[in-house]
Design a protein around this ligand. Structure first.
Ligand SMILES: C[S@@+](CC[C@H](N)C(=O)[O-])C[C@H]1O[C@@H](n2cnc3c(N)ncnc32)[C@H](O)[C@@H]1O
Length: 192
């Protein structure tokens, strides 16, 4: 099964979006609340319904970029945020994105990708960050028995993947929603 544009678009058409929290994700909100520079450039890849973007706007952030591969979803986001100069919305494959950001936000995007792409994900994240830029968010802390997506993983695997290019800080996620409590790691990965 190819996890391509058609796959993700169809998941939205059929409303098979079990990952969707319906609100800004509490662990991400806690991360945003620690960012003092409201003009920091923030990328949310595989953004889904991007409730976090509304939260960022309300907090005064001015430079938010959303990217998702699913056209239907992106069209709805473009309608929702039409005319808002603080949000850039892109319909494309993350791996084709060019740019430089201070923060990149991870939530159920890494786990949505075929695991064969994990090294490419790490390389792409590194190339998209400014010097000392930060990739931060939450990642599942265990493998799943059922074939993904989502594809889980372990902290040990993530450490092996990211260590060469990032300064690592993984910890238990204190703000996860109840269904994910104990199953998520908070990641704060600073570009070397
Ligand atoms: C599991 S959903 C998570 C959405 C959102 N991060 C959330 O937590 O609600 C994965 C999202 O990544 C998008 N996606 C998958 N592969 C992608 C790619 N290569 N480039 C950009 N977006 C992608 C999908 O369309 C989908 O919206």
């Amino acid at each position: 099964m190819a996890l391509d544009q058609d796959f993700w678009n169809q998941r939205n058409v059929e409303q098979q979006t079990g990952w969707d929290l319906g609100e800004a994700s509490p662990p991400l909100v806690a991360i945003f609340d620690q960012i003092e520079n409201k003009n920091a450039s923030i990328l949310i890849p595989g953004c889904g319904n991007a409730y976090e973007a509304q939260y960022l706007l309300e907090k005064g952030f001015t430079n938010i970029t959303l990217i998702d591969i699913a056209p239907l979803l992106v069209k709805e986001l473009q309608e929702q945020f039409v005319g808002n100069k603080h949000i850039h919305i892109i319909c494309a494959d993350f791996f084709d994105l060019e740019g430089q950001f201070d923060y990149i936000i991870e939530q159920t995007f890494f786990c949505a990708l075929d695991p064969s792409l994990r090294k490419a994900y790490v390389d792409k994240m590194h190339s998209l960050l400014n010097p000392q830029g930060i990739l931060t968010g939450v990642m599942f802390s265990q493998p799943f028995e059922i074939e993904g997506p989502p594809f889980g993983g372990t902290q040990e695997e993530y450490e092996r993947l990211f260590a060469d290019q990032f300064i690592l800080n993984f910890s238990a996620s204190a703000h996860s929603i109840p269904a994910r409590q104990g199953h998520e790691l908070k990641a704060v990965l600073t570009k070397r």
